[in-house]
Design a protein around this ligand. Structure first.
Ligand SMILES: *Cc1c(COP(=O)(O)O)cnc(C)c1O
Ligand SMILES: [Zn+2]
Length: 500
Protein backbone atom coordinates (compact mmCIF):
# COMPACT_ATOMS: atom_id res chain seq x y z
CA UNK A 1 0.00 0.00 0.00
CA UNK A 2 1.18 3.53 -0.77
CA UNK A 3 2.15 5.70 2.18
CA UNK A 4 -0.54 8.28 1.45
CA UNK A 5 -3.25 5.62 1.63
CA UNK A 6 -2.54 4.58 5.23
CA UNK A 7 -4.87 5.96 7.93
CA UNK A 8 -3.66 9.34 9.17
CA UNK A 9 -3.20 8.23 12.78
CA UNK A 10 -0.90 5.31 11.87
CA UNK A 11 1.41 7.31 9.56
CA UNK A 12 3.70 8.69 12.29
CA UNK A 13 4.44 5.11 13.41
CA UNK A 14 5.04 3.41 10.06
CA UNK A 15 8.68 4.40 9.72
CA UNK A 16 10.45 3.91 13.06
CA UNK A 17 13.33 6.05 14.18
CA UNK A 18 16.53 4.98 15.93
CA UNK A 19 15.42 6.16 19.36
CA UNK A 20 16.65 3.18 21.36
CA UNK A 21 19.19 3.46 24.14
CA UNK A 22 20.87 0.11 23.86
CA UNK A 23 23.59 -1.26 26.12
CA UNK A 24 25.28 -4.61 26.57
CA UNK A 25 24.22 -6.04 29.90
CA UNK A 26 26.29 -8.67 31.70
CA UNK A 27 24.21 -11.56 33.00
CA UNK A 28 26.69 -12.35 35.76
CA UNK A 29 27.81 -9.06 37.33
CA UNK A 30 25.04 -6.83 35.97
CA UNK A 31 27.37 -4.19 34.46
CA UNK A 32 26.28 -2.26 31.38
CA UNK A 33 28.58 -1.42 28.48
CA UNK A 34 28.43 0.99 25.60
CA UNK A 35 27.47 -0.46 22.21
CA UNK A 36 29.95 1.67 20.26
CA UNK A 37 32.27 -1.36 20.23
CA UNK A 38 31.62 -5.02 19.46
CA UNK A 39 31.67 -6.95 22.74
CA UNK A 40 31.08 -10.67 23.13
CA UNK A 41 31.82 -11.20 26.80
CA UNK A 42 31.87 -8.95 29.85
CA UNK A 43 35.20 -7.06 30.07
CA UNK A 44 34.90 -7.29 33.87
CA UNK A 45 33.84 -10.87 34.60
CA UNK A 46 33.98 -12.69 31.26
CA UNK A 47 30.35 -13.80 31.24
CA UNK A 48 28.03 -13.65 28.20
CA UNK A 49 26.03 -10.52 27.48
CA UNK A 50 22.55 -9.62 26.28
CA UNK A 51 21.54 -6.34 24.66
CA UNK A 52 18.86 -4.29 26.37
CA UNK A 53 17.08 -1.13 25.31
CA UNK A 54 16.83 1.28 28.24
CA UNK A 55 14.13 3.16 26.32
CA UNK A 56 12.44 -0.20 25.68
CA UNK A 57 9.08 -0.44 23.91
CA UNK A 58 7.36 -1.12 27.25
CA UNK A 59 8.29 2.46 28.25
CA UNK A 60 7.32 4.05 24.97
CA UNK A 61 3.82 5.16 25.94
CA UNK A 62 2.46 2.93 23.16
CA UNK A 63 0.12 0.25 24.48
CA UNK A 64 -0.27 -3.34 23.32
CA UNK A 65 -3.25 -2.65 21.11
CA UNK A 66 -1.41 0.19 19.41
CA UNK A 67 1.66 -1.98 18.81
CA UNK A 68 -0.53 -4.62 17.20
CA UNK A 69 -2.02 -2.02 14.86
CA UNK A 70 1.42 -0.68 13.97
CA UNK A 71 2.72 -4.15 13.03
CA UNK A 72 -0.44 -5.09 11.16
CA UNK A 73 -0.32 -1.91 9.09
CA UNK A 74 3.44 -2.12 8.63
CA UNK A 75 2.85 -5.53 7.08
CA UNK A 76 1.24 -3.72 4.13
CA UNK A 77 4.16 -1.37 3.62
CA UNK A 78 6.30 -2.08 0.56
CA UNK A 79 9.50 -0.65 1.87
CA UNK A 80 12.42 -3.05 1.83
CA UNK A 81 14.13 -2.58 5.17
CA UNK A 82 10.83 -3.08 6.97
CA UNK A 83 9.80 -6.10 4.95
CA UNK A 84 11.98 -8.54 6.86
CA UNK A 85 12.60 -9.02 10.58
CA UNK A 86 12.75 -5.25 11.05
CA UNK A 87 8.98 -4.99 10.81
CA UNK A 88 9.48 -5.28 14.59
CA UNK A 89 12.22 -2.63 14.58
CA UNK A 90 11.44 -1.16 18.00
CA UNK A 91 11.73 -4.61 19.60
CA UNK A 92 14.93 -5.64 17.83
CA UNK A 93 17.66 -3.04 17.41
CA UNK A 94 16.19 0.47 17.41
CA UNK A 95 19.57 2.09 16.96
CA UNK A 96 20.31 1.14 13.35
CA UNK A 97 19.32 3.78 10.76
CA UNK A 98 16.80 2.27 8.32
CA UNK A 99 19.00 2.92 5.29
CA UNK A 100 21.80 0.77 6.75
CA UNK A 101 19.66 -2.31 7.33
CA UNK A 102 20.73 -5.31 5.29
CA UNK A 103 17.73 -7.19 3.89
CA UNK A 104 18.24 -10.36 1.86
CA UNK A 105 14.71 -11.70 2.14
CA UNK A 106 14.90 -13.21 5.63
CA UNK A 107 12.02 -13.78 8.01
CA UNK A 108 8.24 -14.11 7.66
CA UNK A 109 8.53 -17.80 7.01
CA UNK A 110 5.27 -19.70 6.57
CA UNK A 111 3.32 -21.70 9.12
CA UNK A 112 2.17 -24.94 7.53
CA UNK A 113 -0.58 -26.87 9.30
CA UNK A 114 -0.18 -30.63 9.69
CA UNK A 115 -2.66 -32.57 7.58
CA UNK A 116 -5.26 -34.91 9.06
CA UNK A 117 -3.21 -38.06 8.96
CA UNK A 118 -0.14 -36.52 10.61
CA UNK A 119 -2.32 -34.81 13.22
CA UNK A 120 -3.92 -38.17 14.02
CA UNK A 121 -0.57 -39.90 14.24
CA UNK A 122 0.92 -37.28 16.54
CA UNK A 123 -2.20 -36.88 18.64
CA UNK A 124 -2.40 -33.09 18.59
CA UNK A 125 -2.85 -30.33 16.09
CA UNK A 126 0.31 -28.49 15.11
CA UNK A 127 2.09 -26.39 12.51
CA UNK A 128 5.62 -26.37 11.24
CA UNK A 129 7.17 -22.95 10.90
CA UNK A 130 9.45 -23.41 7.90
CA UNK A 131 12.59 -21.50 8.76
CA UNK A 132 14.35 -23.44 6.02
CA UNK A 133 12.74 -20.93 3.66
CA UNK A 134 15.16 -18.21 4.69
CA UNK A 135 17.77 -17.06 2.12
CA UNK A 136 20.56 -19.40 3.23
CA UNK A 137 17.95 -22.05 4.10
CA UNK A 138 18.13 -21.83 7.89
CA UNK A 139 16.89 -19.61 10.72
CA UNK A 140 20.43 -18.31 11.25
CA UNK A 141 19.65 -15.59 8.68
CA UNK A 142 17.38 -13.85 11.19
CA UNK A 143 20.27 -13.21 13.57
CA UNK A 144 22.77 -12.55 10.82
CA UNK A 145 20.54 -9.85 9.26
CA UNK A 146 20.60 -8.01 12.57
CA UNK A 147 24.28 -8.53 13.40
CA UNK A 148 25.45 -7.54 9.93
CA UNK A 149 23.13 -4.53 9.80
CA UNK A 150 24.69 -3.39 13.05
CA UNK A 151 28.22 -3.96 11.75
CA UNK A 152 27.28 -2.07 8.59
CA UNK A 153 26.18 0.83 10.79
CA UNK A 154 29.34 0.70 12.95
CA UNK A 155 31.50 0.61 9.85
CA UNK A 156 29.80 3.75 8.47
CA UNK A 157 30.02 5.54 11.82
CA UNK A 158 33.68 4.76 12.34
CA UNK A 159 34.69 4.73 8.72
CA UNK A 160 35.89 1.13 8.93
CA UNK A 161 36.52 -1.26 6.11
CA UNK A 162 38.41 -4.55 5.72
CA UNK A 163 36.77 -6.02 8.79
CA UNK A 164 37.43 -9.75 9.11
CA UNK A 165 34.29 -11.54 10.33
CA UNK A 166 34.76 -14.99 11.86
CA UNK A 167 32.52 -17.75 13.10
CA UNK A 168 32.62 -21.39 14.12
CA UNK A 169 29.78 -23.40 12.74
CA UNK A 170 27.94 -26.70 12.57
CA UNK A 171 27.26 -25.61 8.97
CA UNK A 172 24.40 -23.14 8.94
CA UNK A 173 25.98 -20.22 10.79
CA UNK A 174 28.85 -20.20 8.29
CA UNK A 175 26.46 -20.42 5.32
CA UNK A 176 24.50 -17.48 6.65
CA UNK A 177 27.50 -15.40 7.77
CA UNK A 178 29.20 -15.88 4.41
CA UNK A 179 26.06 -14.93 2.51
CA UNK A 180 25.44 -11.69 4.42
CA UNK A 181 29.13 -10.79 4.46
CA UNK A 182 29.33 -11.26 0.70
CA UNK A 183 26.56 -8.69 0.31
CA UNK A 184 28.70 -6.28 2.34
CA UNK A 185 31.90 -7.24 0.55
CA UNK A 186 33.16 -3.66 0.50
CA UNK A 187 33.62 -3.69 4.26
CA UNK A 188 33.64 -7.34 5.39
CA UNK A 189 35.74 -10.42 4.68
CA UNK A 190 34.26 -13.61 6.09
CA UNK A 191 36.32 -16.52 7.49
CA UNK A 192 34.49 -19.58 8.77
CA UNK A 193 35.72 -22.51 10.84
CA UNK A 194 34.04 -25.89 10.37
CA UNK A 195 34.66 -29.23 12.05
CA UNK A 196 36.08 -31.33 9.21
CA UNK A 197 33.61 -33.95 8.00
CA UNK A 198 30.92 -32.76 10.41
CA UNK A 199 28.94 -30.56 8.05
CA UNK A 200 27.00 -31.78 5.03
CA UNK A 201 28.34 -31.25 1.48
CA UNK A 202 25.54 -28.76 0.84
CA UNK A 203 26.49 -26.74 3.93
CA UNK A 204 30.15 -26.77 2.90
CA UNK A 205 29.28 -25.57 -0.59
CA UNK A 206 27.42 -22.52 0.72
CA UNK A 207 30.26 -20.45 2.26
CA UNK A 208 32.55 -21.57 -0.57
CA UNK A 209 30.05 -20.25 -3.08
CA UNK A 210 29.74 -16.96 -1.21
CA UNK A 211 33.50 -16.52 -1.45
CA UNK A 212 34.40 -16.94 2.23
CA UNK A 213 37.70 -18.32 3.50
CA UNK A 214 36.71 -21.76 4.80
CA UNK A 215 38.88 -23.50 7.39
CA UNK A 216 38.34 -27.15 8.28
CA UNK A 217 39.38 -27.98 11.85
CA UNK A 218 39.87 -31.41 13.48
CA UNK A 219 37.33 -32.34 16.16
CA UNK A 220 33.75 -31.22 16.69
CA UNK A 221 31.98 -27.85 16.85
CA UNK A 222 32.99 -27.27 20.48
CA UNK A 223 36.66 -27.37 19.40
CA UNK A 224 36.04 -24.88 16.58
CA UNK A 225 34.28 -22.60 19.02
CA UNK A 226 37.32 -22.54 21.32
CA UNK A 227 39.58 -21.59 18.39
CA UNK A 228 37.22 -18.83 17.30
CA UNK A 229 37.04 -17.49 20.86
CA UNK A 230 40.83 -17.41 20.91
CA UNK A 231 40.76 -15.40 17.67
CA UNK A 232 38.10 -13.01 18.97
CA UNK A 233 39.98 -12.41 22.22
CA UNK A 234 43.38 -11.81 20.68
CA UNK A 235 42.85 -10.38 17.23
CA UNK A 236 40.87 -7.66 15.56
CA UNK A 237 37.90 -9.60 14.21
CA UNK A 238 34.13 -9.40 14.31
CA UNK A 239 32.67 -12.57 15.84
CA UNK A 240 29.45 -13.76 14.22
CA UNK A 241 28.53 -16.66 16.50
CA UNK A 242 25.46 -16.29 18.69
CA UNK A 243 27.83 -15.26 21.48
CA UNK A 244 27.44 -11.99 19.57
CA UNK A 245 24.24 -10.77 21.19
CA UNK A 246 23.14 -8.81 18.09
CA UNK A 247 22.32 -12.20 16.61
CA UNK A 248 20.00 -13.06 19.48
CA UNK A 249 18.01 -9.87 18.85
CA UNK A 250 17.39 -10.76 15.21
CA UNK A 251 16.38 -14.30 16.10
CA UNK A 252 13.69 -12.96 18.43
CA UNK A 253 11.72 -12.17 15.25
CA UNK A 254 10.75 -15.85 15.16
CA UNK A 255 8.56 -15.28 18.23
CA UNK A 256 7.21 -11.95 17.00
CA UNK A 257 6.08 -13.55 13.75
CA UNK A 258 4.34 -16.42 15.53
CA UNK A 259 2.49 -13.88 17.68
CA UNK A 260 1.42 -11.79 14.70
CA UNK A 261 0.47 -14.78 12.53
CA UNK A 262 -1.87 -16.05 15.26
CA UNK A 263 -3.42 -12.60 15.76
CA UNK A 264 -1.42 -12.27 18.99
CA UNK A 265 -3.20 -15.23 20.66
CA UNK A 266 -0.37 -17.45 21.82
CA UNK A 267 -1.45 -18.56 25.29
CA UNK A 268 -2.67 -21.86 23.82
CA UNK A 269 0.43 -22.49 21.71
CA UNK A 270 3.35 -24.82 22.38
CA UNK A 271 6.48 -23.67 20.57
CA UNK A 272 9.02 -26.44 19.99
CA UNK A 273 12.69 -25.75 19.17
CA UNK A 274 15.79 -27.92 18.94
CA UNK A 275 18.67 -26.84 21.21
CA UNK A 276 22.31 -26.79 20.08
CA UNK A 277 24.36 -23.78 21.16
CA UNK A 278 21.10 -22.55 22.76
CA UNK A 279 21.05 -19.20 20.96
CA UNK A 280 17.74 -20.00 19.34
CA UNK A 281 15.81 -20.96 22.47
CA UNK A 282 17.32 -17.91 24.21
CA UNK A 283 15.93 -15.68 21.48
CA UNK A 284 12.54 -17.40 21.38
CA UNK A 285 12.06 -16.94 25.14
CA UNK A 286 13.35 -13.37 25.07
CA UNK A 287 11.11 -12.46 22.13
CA UNK A 288 7.90 -13.65 23.76
CA UNK A 289 8.89 -12.01 27.05
CA UNK A 290 9.40 -8.65 25.31
CA UNK A 291 6.02 -8.85 23.60
CA UNK A 292 4.40 -9.81 26.89
CA UNK A 293 6.01 -6.97 28.83
CA UNK A 294 4.88 -4.43 26.23
CA UNK A 295 1.34 -5.84 26.27
CA UNK A 296 1.49 -7.00 22.63
CA UNK A 297 0.48 -10.49 23.82
CA UNK A 298 -1.39 -11.11 27.05
CA UNK A 299 -0.17 -14.59 27.81
CA UNK A 300 2.95 -16.60 27.08
CA UNK A 301 3.08 -19.81 25.05
CA UNK A 302 4.73 -22.93 26.41
CA UNK A 303 8.18 -23.60 24.99
CA UNK A 304 9.64 -27.08 24.58
CA UNK A 305 13.40 -27.36 24.00
CA UNK A 306 14.52 -30.61 22.40
CA UNK A 307 17.88 -32.39 22.55
CA UNK A 308 19.15 -35.64 21.11
CA UNK A 309 20.44 -38.33 23.46
CA UNK A 310 23.75 -37.78 21.68
CA UNK A 311 24.09 -34.10 22.63
CA UNK A 312 21.95 -33.36 25.68
CA UNK A 313 23.68 -31.09 28.25
CA UNK A 314 20.69 -28.76 28.64
CA UNK A 315 18.30 -31.67 29.13
CA UNK A 316 20.59 -33.16 31.79
CA UNK A 317 20.83 -29.82 33.58
CA UNK A 318 17.04 -29.54 33.94
CA UNK A 319 16.62 -33.19 34.99
CA UNK A 320 17.38 -32.00 38.51
CA UNK A 321 14.05 -30.61 39.75
CA UNK A 322 15.51 -28.55 42.61
CA UNK A 323 16.94 -25.34 41.08
CA UNK A 324 19.57 -24.89 43.79
CA UNK A 325 20.99 -28.36 43.13
CA UNK A 326 21.31 -27.91 39.37
CA UNK A 327 24.81 -27.98 38.08
CA UNK A 328 25.80 -27.47 34.46
CA UNK A 329 28.19 -30.03 33.01
CA UNK A 330 29.24 -30.06 29.34
CA UNK A 331 28.86 -33.45 27.65
CA UNK A 332 30.99 -35.23 25.07
CA UNK A 333 28.84 -35.42 21.96
CA UNK A 334 28.27 -38.53 19.85
CA UNK A 335 27.43 -38.49 16.14
CA UNK A 336 23.96 -37.06 15.60
CA UNK A 337 21.73 -36.65 12.57
CA UNK A 338 20.65 -33.39 14.19
CA UNK A 339 24.19 -32.35 13.37
CA UNK A 340 23.44 -28.62 13.48
CA UNK A 341 22.62 -29.07 17.17
CA UNK A 342 25.46 -31.47 17.99
CA UNK A 343 26.98 -29.30 20.71
CA UNK A 344 28.15 -30.40 24.15
CA UNK A 345 28.91 -27.05 25.75
CA UNK A 346 26.32 -24.47 24.65
CA UNK A 347 27.64 -20.93 24.79
CA UNK A 348 24.22 -19.48 25.67
CA UNK A 349 23.64 -21.67 28.76
CA UNK A 350 23.87 -18.73 31.23
CA UNK A 351 21.31 -16.87 29.11
CA UNK A 352 19.02 -19.92 29.11
CA UNK A 353 19.18 -20.28 32.90
CA UNK A 354 18.34 -16.63 33.37
CA UNK A 355 15.48 -16.55 30.86
CA UNK A 356 13.87 -19.82 31.93
CA UNK A 357 13.58 -18.41 35.46
CA UNK A 358 12.14 -15.13 34.17
CA UNK A 359 9.71 -16.90 31.83
CA UNK A 360 8.41 -19.39 34.39
CA UNK A 361 8.20 -16.59 36.94
CA UNK A 362 5.81 -14.39 34.96
CA UNK A 363 2.67 -16.46 35.49
CA UNK A 364 4.26 -18.49 38.28
CA UNK A 365 3.78 -21.63 36.26
CA UNK A 366 6.23 -23.90 34.49
CA UNK A 367 6.05 -22.98 30.82
CA UNK A 368 9.48 -24.13 29.63
CA UNK A 369 10.31 -27.81 29.31
CA UNK A 370 13.34 -29.61 27.93
CA UNK A 371 12.89 -33.11 26.52
CA UNK A 372 15.25 -35.69 25.11
CA UNK A 373 14.75 -37.85 22.02
CA UNK A 374 16.62 -40.68 20.31
CA UNK A 375 18.38 -40.48 16.96
CA UNK A 376 15.95 -43.09 15.65
CA UNK A 377 12.96 -40.91 16.60
CA UNK A 378 14.52 -37.87 14.92
CA UNK A 379 14.98 -39.67 11.60
CA UNK A 380 11.61 -41.42 11.69
CA UNK A 381 9.88 -38.12 12.47
CA UNK A 382 11.68 -36.20 9.74
CA UNK A 383 10.76 -38.78 7.12
CA UNK A 384 7.18 -39.08 8.36
CA UNK A 385 6.70 -35.30 8.29
CA UNK A 386 8.07 -35.06 4.77
CA UNK A 387 5.76 -37.85 3.63
CA UNK A 388 2.93 -35.55 4.73
CA UNK A 389 3.78 -32.47 2.72
CA UNK A 390 6.55 -30.86 4.77
CA UNK A 391 10.18 -30.01 3.98
CA UNK A 392 11.72 -30.40 7.41
CA UNK A 393 15.39 -30.97 8.13
CA UNK A 394 16.71 -33.42 10.71
CA UNK A 395 16.41 -30.72 13.38
CA UNK A 396 12.79 -30.21 12.31
CA UNK A 397 12.40 -33.96 12.78
CA UNK A 398 13.87 -33.43 16.23
CA UNK A 399 11.19 -30.80 16.92
CA UNK A 400 8.46 -33.25 15.94
CA UNK A 401 10.01 -36.06 18.00
CA UNK A 402 10.23 -33.64 20.94
CA UNK A 403 6.61 -32.57 20.52
CA UNK A 404 5.50 -36.22 20.59
CA UNK A 405 7.60 -36.80 23.70
CA UNK A 406 6.15 -33.71 25.38
CA UNK A 407 2.62 -34.95 24.65
CA UNK A 408 3.49 -38.34 26.15
CA UNK A 409 4.91 -36.67 29.27
CA UNK A 410 1.73 -34.61 29.71
CA UNK A 411 3.39 -31.23 29.02
CA UNK A 412 0.87 -30.45 26.27
CA UNK A 413 -2.74 -29.91 27.35
CA UNK A 414 -5.87 -30.73 25.38
CA UNK A 415 -6.73 -27.99 22.93
CA UNK A 416 -3.20 -26.64 22.71
CA UNK A 417 -1.56 -26.24 19.31
CA UNK A 418 2.08 -26.99 18.53
CA UNK A 419 4.27 -24.61 16.54
CA UNK A 420 7.33 -26.62 15.57
CA UNK A 421 10.51 -24.98 14.35
CA UNK A 422 11.88 -26.62 11.23
CA UNK A 423 15.15 -24.75 11.54
CA UNK A 424 16.56 -25.53 8.09
CA UNK A 425 15.58 -26.85 4.67
CA UNK A 426 15.59 -30.63 4.27
CA UNK A 427 17.86 -30.40 1.22
CA UNK A 428 20.77 -29.33 3.42
CA UNK A 429 20.52 -32.63 5.30
CA UNK A 430 19.68 -34.95 2.43
CA UNK A 431 22.76 -37.08 3.24
CA UNK A 432 21.05 -38.40 6.36
CA UNK A 433 17.94 -39.32 4.40
CA UNK A 434 20.28 -41.10 2.01
CA UNK A 435 21.96 -43.05 4.80
CA UNK A 436 18.52 -44.09 6.04
CA UNK A 437 17.29 -45.21 2.66
CA UNK A 438 20.46 -47.19 1.98
CA UNK A 439 20.86 -48.45 5.56
CA UNK A 440 24.38 -47.07 5.72
CA UNK A 441 24.49 -45.30 9.08
CA UNK A 442 27.62 -45.78 11.12
CA UNK A 443 26.61 -47.96 14.13
CA UNK A 444 27.37 -45.03 16.47
CA UNK A 445 24.20 -43.27 15.24
CA UNK A 446 22.09 -46.18 16.56
CA UNK A 447 19.57 -45.94 13.73
CA UNK A 448 17.84 -48.89 12.08
CA UNK A 449 15.81 -47.90 9.01
CA UNK A 450 12.16 -48.92 8.95
CA UNK A 451 11.15 -50.52 5.68
CA UNK A 452 7.95 -48.52 5.33
CA UNK A 453 9.91 -45.24 5.53
CA UNK A 454 12.58 -46.24 3.03
CA UNK A 455 12.52 -45.19 -0.59
CA UNK A 456 14.74 -45.68 -3.64
CA UNK A 457 14.59 -44.92 -7.35
CA UNK A 458 13.43 -47.78 -9.57
CA UNK A 459 15.47 -48.28 -12.69
CA UNK A 460 13.26 -49.06 -15.67
CA UNK A 461 14.74 -51.32 -18.31
CA UNK A 462 11.98 -52.01 -20.83
CA UNK A 463 11.96 -55.64 -21.92
CA UNK A 464 12.48 -56.62 -25.55
CA UNK A 465 13.59 -53.14 -26.60
CA UNK A 466 16.62 -53.24 -28.88
CA UNK A 467 17.42 -49.55 -29.10
CA UNK A 468 17.51 -47.19 -26.11
CA UNK A 469 17.84 -43.41 -26.21
CA UNK A 470 21.04 -41.89 -24.88
CA UNK A 471 22.20 -38.30 -24.30
CA UNK A 472 22.95 -36.84 -27.75
CA UNK A 473 21.51 -39.94 -29.43
CA UNK A 474 17.74 -39.55 -29.58
CA UNK A 475 15.52 -42.26 -31.05
CA UNK A 476 13.02 -41.60 -33.81
CA UNK A 477 10.29 -43.30 -35.79
CA UNK A 478 9.42 -46.90 -34.93
CA UNK A 479 12.37 -47.24 -32.49
CA UNK A 480 11.00 -44.37 -30.41
CA UNK A 481 7.46 -45.82 -30.53
CA UNK A 482 8.60 -49.20 -29.25
CA UNK A 483 10.71 -47.64 -26.51
CA UNK A 484 7.87 -45.38 -25.28
CA UNK A 485 5.26 -48.17 -25.37
CA UNK A 486 7.37 -50.75 -23.58
CA UNK A 487 8.65 -48.32 -20.96
CA UNK A 488 5.11 -47.12 -20.20
CA UNK A 489 3.96 -50.76 -19.97
CA UNK A 490 6.75 -51.55 -17.51
CA UNK A 491 5.87 -48.57 -15.26
CA UNK A 492 2.16 -49.45 -15.42
CA UNK A 493 3.06 -52.95 -14.21
CA UNK A 494 5.08 -51.54 -11.27
CA UNK A 495 2.19 -49.26 -10.31
CA UNK A 496 -0.45 -51.98 -10.79
CA UNK A 497 -2.38 -49.83 -13.27
CA UNK A 498 -5.41 -51.25 -15.14
CA UNK A 499 -5.74 -50.45 -18.86
CA UNK A 500 -8.58 -48.01 -19.68
C1 LIG B 1 22.10 -23.72 14.58
C2 LIG B 1 21.04 -24.68 14.34
C3 LIG B 1 20.34 -25.29 15.39
C4 LIG B 1 20.67 -25.06 16.82
O1 LIG B 1 20.39 -23.74 17.23
P1 LIG B 1 21.14 -23.10 18.47
O2 LIG B 1 20.81 -21.67 18.44
O3 LIG B 1 22.59 -23.38 18.26
O4 LIG B 1 20.61 -23.80 19.67
C5 LIG B 1 19.30 -26.15 15.07
N1 LIG B 1 18.98 -26.42 13.79
C6 LIG B 1 19.64 -25.87 12.76
C7 LIG B 1 19.25 -26.24 11.37
C8 LIG B 1 20.69 -24.99 13.00
O5 LIG B 1 21.35 -24.46 11.96
ZN1 LIG C 1 30.23 -9.15 34.07
Amino acid sequence: MKYEDFPQEIKPYLYPEPKGLMVYNCLQCGSDFDISQLLYTCPECGSVLLLVDKNGPENSGINGKEWRRIFDYRRMLNDLPLKGIFRYYEFIAPVIPLDLIVYLGEGHTPLVRANKSLTREVGSQFYFKNDGLNPSASFKDRGMACALSYINYLAKEKNLSDIVAVCASTGDTSASAALYASYLRDILHPAVLLPKGKVTPQQLSQPLGSGAKVFEIPGVFDDCMKVVEQLAENYNVALLNSKNSWRILGQESFSFEIAQDFDYEVGDKVVVVPIGNAGNITAVMSGFLKFFKAGVIDSLPKIIGVQSEHADPVYKYYLEPEPRCRHFKPVTVKPSVAQAAMIGNPVSMPRVIRLVDAYNGIEDEQKIFVVQVSEQEIMDCMLTANRNGHIVCTQGGESLAGFKRAIKLGYVSDGETGVLDSTAHMLKFAVFQDMYFTDSFDPEFEITPKDDLKNAPIEVKPKGVQKLPAPGKPLSGEDLNIFVKQTAAEIAKFLGLEPK
